[in-house]
Design a protein around this ligand. Sequence first.
Ligand code: TYM
Length: 330
Amino acid sequence: MQTKQRVFSGIQPSGASHLGTYLGALKNWVAVQEEYESYFCIVDLHALTVPQDPKVLRANVREMAAIFIAVGLDPERSIIFRQSRVAEHTELGWLLNCIARVGELSRMTQFKDKSQKGGAESASVALYDYPVLQAADILLYNAHLVPVGEDQRQHLELSRTLARRFNSLYGETFVVPEPMILETGARVMALDDPTRKMSKSSPTPGGYVSLLDEPDVTRRKIRRAKTDSGSEVTASPEKPALTNLLGIYAGLTVQSVSGIEDQYQGKGYGDFKKDLAEVVVESLSPIRERTLELLDDPRELDGILEAGAEKAREVARSTLHHTWARMGLD
Ligand code: TYM
């Protein structure tokens, strides 16, 4: 019997998890795990939509598992697993492909952005189809809530559309999931260019703070972060860089942006950035240290992922069978 509502979320093991993924996603996962039956997935199949070096991918999956635990996800309470180990994700993905529309996928801005460099013609079919697999991830667990950053809003909307469409074609089957996108931290921008999202594929490492950066590297990146003209520490549309830095400060300290602005009245950017660097280092150092410790015991990490996959499979199997029956595949 399912007593608690469910949460599902996923993250790609593409290396260098950063402040954006922490504030937009991981931190909120930790916050919800007590109240919900939670499924947190390392989406290795999603990562394969762009070329990956097998050795690096293998290492990144373990690193991500270590980060999950280091930020505070509890494998006793939350189900932590990797996507490729639960075959039902791709099976449900296919079934949902049969009701998703080419027009819907063609409107996805992430596909347009990601395929821009090489052109859509040479992008992988999987990159195009990516949001349908994401919908399958979520619907497979009948998740009520999906904690993500702002950049996933459109994908979540498609998941909702596909759940509703399936339900109206075949009868009530899937929970229509709600995105959980918080105001603070949902869109952390690059430190060296506040018009771009902080991203692990950033062209310059100065743009993002990795969760595994050494403290001095973090301090340097914050010190060098771009600022706006003027000298007051305030958030406003004219000050995108300061708005971003204030958002990071607020996200890590649970102080409000206006409270922080008050605190820095009459002080300059230099003072603010110095303190922000310490706030970031204090928040991330324990995560970094714990991650490195956990990586010393890869078998333990593999065991956690395997145990998680086993539990996930049970739920996934039952949803898939139900879906088969609805579609006449039983
Ligand atoms: P991914 O791996 O790009 O990012 C993982 C999570 O981190 C959030 N995020 C950010 N939040 C705030 N500011 C940023 N700069 C920032 N960068 C990343 C993302 O919004 C995301 O929540 N498609 C997903 C993975 C996925 C998934 C799912 C998520 C696959 N299946 C099912 C939820 C449910 C992705 O590429 O996230």
